[in-house]
Design a protein around this ligand. Structure first.
Ligand SMILES: Nc1nc2c(ncn2[C@@H]2O[C@H](COP(=O)(O)OP(=O)(O)OP(=O)(O)O)[C@@H](O)[C@H]2O)c(=O)[nH]1
Ligand SMILES: [Zn+2]
Length: 356
């Protein structure tokens, strides 16, 4: 495979957000895609004058739409390509892409799927959509198209490689929970916002008490009662300050890695009665799209490869361990429920393996 080119990946993400086509190449094929969410009639006609583009859906969205059973049963995780027929116009594509109106408007159909010409470019297309914060659904034409933004599948895969993170700056930052604290910002080529570490107290030779906190604008800033993020953040800072030495990693993984807009789409589905797990799946995303390799890299750069971890989520322990961090102890971080988040916490316990 060709070397990863972060500039090409950044330009491809930007193009998708603006409703411009992107040609993705791999050693085994090429495909040109246009995100359904940002397409309009003019853009779609310019990209696909013959109205022949098929529609690429993620495996999870295809399962919700009952289209996954037409796919090769031997490869369950693969995206699904829906064959374009004359009446599959932009509104019909939106209805396939966006679950917002699934309940109110039954799908027309019948839809037929067709084999994917190249799995690598299809997977890269869906990864680009997630990185762009868009719904994971794209028009797809086999082969390259002149004028489309070019990117290799390897560049997409390499874009989020945590090995590229470096420390950008360190500064003293007294905070309400701890006057002796230092903030350290990290940078990599992926521009999803800078990850940050708050190192509290002074290293004393013992493994630090560590909290991995994934960004939650609604909970961290607005005091949302739908989740437990805000109180967990405050409690983690208090506990680290209490023991005198530890690190809070503030990871820019909003909505478990699907971005703010997609998380708010999940909230709108929760208003319709779906739980946090089913809402993510209906949108076409994994239940949890985070990669804790980023957190492991940050701890390594801070010289702390043995930690005591504050979490109820065993996936954080296995995620760090897989990337070379030794979790010598797991400590629970359980806070009282409120009427708005009690069901969310039950679902974390019952469906996502949290130890609550
Ligand atoms: N997609 C999605 N993300 C959510 C939802 N509620 C909270 N989040 C995000 O979930 C992340 C917090 O992760 P949680 O799964 O609540 O907890 P955890 O961090 O995995 O586990 P603990 O360490 O035990 O707290 C933040 O990025 C939130 O923005 C939701 O309903 N849907
Ligand atoms: Zn939250």
């Amino acid at each position: 495979m060709s070397a990863a080119d972060p500039r090409a990946a950044a330009q491809a993400i930007d193009a998708l957000r603006r409703g411009w086509p992107v040609t993705i190449t791999s050693d085994t094929g090429a495909a040109t895609v246009l995100a359904v969410e940002t397409a309009d009639d003019a853009r779609l006609a310019a990209y696909d004058p013959a109205a022949a583009a098929d529609l690429l859906l993620s495996s999870h969205r295809a399962t919700v739409l009952k289209l996954a059973n037409q796919r090769d049963a031997a490869t369950p995780g693969l995206p699904v390509l829906v064959e374009r027929v004359r009446w599959l116009d932009l509104p019909a594509a939106h209805a396939l892409a966006d679950p917002a109106h699934d309940l109110a408007t039954p799908l027309k159909g019948p839809y037929r799927t067709k084999p994917l010409a190249d799995a690598g470019t299809a997977a890269a297309a869906l990864a680009l959509a997630r990185l762009a914060g868009l719904l994971p659904a794209l028009f797809l034409i086999d082969g390259a198209i002149e004028g489309a933004t070019p990117v290799s599948a390897a560049s997409v895969v390499g874009y989020e490689d945590p090995a590229q993170l470096v420390i950008a700056v360190r500064a003293r930052l007294p905070v309400a929970a701890a006057e002796r604290a230092e903030i350290i910002a990290f940078r990599g080529p992926a521009d999803a916002g800078e990850h940050v570490a708050l190192v509290i107290g002074t290293p004393d030779g013992t493994p630090p008490l560590v909290r991995l906190h994934s960004e939650c604008l609604t909970g961290d800033v607005l005091g949302s009662l739908k989740c437990d993020c805000g109180p967990q953040l405050a409690e983690a800072l208090k506990e680290i300050a209490g023991v005198g030495w530890g690190i809070l990693l503030y990871l820019r993984q909003e909505g478990r890695g699907i971005g703010l807009v997609n998380k708010l789409r999940a909230y709108a589905l929760q208003d319709q009665g779906f739980d946090t797990v089913d809402a993510n799946l209906r949108l076409g995303f994994a239940i949890d799209a985070r990669d804790f390799g980023v957190a492991a890299r940050m701890l390594t750069l801070l010289g702390q490869e043995r930690v005591r971890l504050l979490t109820n989520n065993p996936a954080k322990v296995t995620g760090l361990t897989a990337h070379g961090i030794e979790v010598v102890e797991r400590l629970p971080l359980v806070l009282p429920a409120n009427p708005h988040n009690a069901h969310y916490l039950d679902v974390k316990r019952d469906r996502t393996g949290h130890l609550l």
